[in-house]
Design a protein around this ligand. Structure first.
Ligand code: GLC
Length: 556
């Protein structure tokens, strides 16, 4: 018998798990969010694109992340920067075409990076074929049943069908020419789909398969808590919806019915080899409610927005870390941690304020303080058990651009809101790659949002190889996470005694200490310093830990 025939049969295609290393890769993965509009522009039209992302994959590989989540790049009129999808199976020409998507997925894999795409199932664009037909065919059209069309209230139907408000401000209903109203929890250009209609579920199961067949490694599920609305669309009965959002049960969010959808989706994902994952964007009132989305037969991960919203304060951080770990343990899901994304003021700017109120900040604050805390917060986050999400540019310590002129802002909430929101453009400004040059290396044709003066000093070119730069801090931290299995793994932390305002915890042969106070504090020297966000001084077995600093120790 030839050598060939005695070889064991080739292993079934377990996909990328073998190429990428360990099984259950997602349990401690660091996942980097690319906002395609603002990452890199390959064709000089001022707008980032898929080819731009592909050409810069080596930056992500060198940074040391495990996967890339791409915000939507599908065919879209861009009423909400691509979260209004007109064709879920097409790439918008502004970002390229399906060949570019295919090349990006293949090249990312060749770089050892997985690709997670955004799925937007709560609403389509008003330019989606279904909605255009629903409007054209008029009341009674079967296509209207795929959305939430209703007659209005009042004598001649002149009032919206209920009292729900759009997250972007104003009523959640828009009246069409024939007198009916349709529901949109976001902008009027984003009509909500009716998930009670079987065609909607069929369509999204097919969309999942389309992208899985293209080779993607998972999906970030947009507004995962919104798909099912309470029976009969009952009034909220409150005019303070914004206060309730995220804190209270709402008739349009976090309804128990959403879980049946995710159980179905999970069976589809599990048919594919290679450990594909779902991550839920689910803003729920409590972490315990979030945990329901990541039960073993549902989604894999959910963003931890409670963590994102926590101040740089030891007691608050410890509480949210404990609550998170306690909530995830019973369902066997990894905790996730996140500090920034495309919807909130970057954490460098949030932490530049003593106690930033909310996640939409309009003042620069103390930039030096913000950066110092942001670096410390990153090291704390990357020492916690579970998976962490990074948002493009945070590895450069980018602040939010708080002074964009009103006329360039594109966030739909800016024009609809009443001052409470609409400042998301500040974290979406194209990132700087080079010190100088047209749009600091973003592309050859300017940038769709103006970059501020001095942006080049924060560029990758300016920071790489520079000891102590934020980019090198991230690179070293991510390399250490790979080298030290205690970082990232497991599902608990062992808290150590620490001065007020300081967090200290042990995880195997590793200790993390974070000083959230504005003063130097004295702590023990726990072993050898692996990494520090600001250099401490050590003498006689004691550590002088500077204000707003995190240190990683190896204890042997
Ligand atoms: C999610 C997205 C956000 C978008 C909204 C509506 O919250 O993260 O950017 O505006 O959904 O799709």
């Amino acid at each position: 018998m030839s050598q060939h025939s005695t070889d064991p049969a080739p292993a079934p295609n377990t996909g990328l798990a073998t190429v990428f290393g360990h099984r259950d890769w997602w349990r401690d993965a660091v996942i980097y969010q690319v906002y395609p509009r603002s990452f890199a522009d390959s064709n000089g039209d001022g707008m980032g694109d898929l080819e731009g992302v592909r050409s810069r994959l080596s930056h992500l590989r060198d940074l040391g992340v495990d996967a890339v989540w791409l915000s939507p790049f599908y065919a879209s009129p861009q009423a909400d920067a691509g979260y209004d999808v007109a064709d879920y199976r097409a790439v918008d020409p502004m970002f390229g075409n399906l060949m570019d998507a295919d090349a990006l997925i293949r090249d990312a894999h060749a770089h050892g990076l997985r690709i997670i795409v955004d799925l937007v199932p709560n609403h389509s664009s008003d330019q989606h074929e279904w909605f255009k037909r629903a409007l054209a065919e008029g009341p009674g059209s079967p296509l209207r049943e795929r959305y939430h069309f209703r007659p209005g209230k009042g004598e001649s139907g002149e009032l919206p069908p209920n009292d729900w408000e759009s997250i972007f401000g104003g009523p959640a209903w828009t009246r069409v020419a024939d007198g009916e109203w349709y529901l949109h929890l976001f902008a009027p250009e984003q009509p909500d789909l009716n998930w009670n209609h079987p065609a909607v579920g069929d369509e999204f199961r097919s969309i999942l398969r389309f992208w899985l067949d293209m080779g993607v490694d998972g999906f970030r599920v947009d507004v995962a808590h919104g798909l099912v609305k309470a029976e009969g669309l009952p009034d909220l009965g409150s005019h303070d919806q914004l206060k309730l959002l995220g804190n209270d049960a709402m008739p349009f969010f976090d309804q128990d019915g959403v879980h049946a959808i995710y159980r179905q989706w999970r069976t589809i994902l599990d048919e594919y080899a290679g450990e594909k994952i779902f991550v839920a964007e689910a803003w729920t009132p409590t972490i315990e409610r979030t945990a329901l989305y990541v039960r073993p037969d549902e989604l894999h991960q959910a963003f931890n927005f409670q963590y994102l919203g926590t101040h740089w304060d030891a007691a608050e951080l410890r509480a949210v870390i404990d609550t998170t770990l306690d909530a995830m343990r019973p369902v066997g899901a990894p905790a996730t941690w996140v500090l920034s994304n495309h919807d909130v003021t970057r954490h460098t700017t949030r932490f530049a304020h003593d106690r930033a109120l909310g996640t939409q900040i309009r003042e620069a604050g103390d930039r030096e303080l913000g950066l110092r805390r942001a670096r410390a917060a990153t090291l704390l986050m990357l020492a916690l058990p579970g998976s962490a999400y990074l948002y493009q540019g945070e590895e450069l310590g980018l602040p939010d651009v708080v002074d964009l002129p009103d006329e360039v802002r594109q966030d739909p909430a800016f024009s609809r809101g009443e001052g409470q929101d609409g400042f998301r453009d500040g974290c979406r400004v194209p990132i700087p790659w080079t010190r100088t040059g047209s749009s600091y290396g973003f592309g050859d044709g300017g940038s769709w949002l103006p970059q501020p003066e001095g942006w080049g000093d924060l560029s990758i070119e300016a920071q790489q190889g520079v000891a102590g730069s934020t980019l090198e801090l991230y690179r070293t931290a991510l390399a250490a996470r790979r080298d030290h299995p205690d970082l990232g793994a497991g599902e608990s932390v062992e808290w150590l005694k620490a001065p007020e305002g300081v967090l200290a915890f042990r995880r195997g042969g590793f200790v993390c200490v974070a000083n959230t106070t504005g003063e130097t504090v004295t702590t023990p020297a726990y072993g050898d310093i692996l990494l520090a966000s600001t250099e401490p001084t050590i003498a006689d077995g004691e550590t002088k830990l500077p204000a707003d600093t995190t240190v990683w120790w190896t204890t042997g």
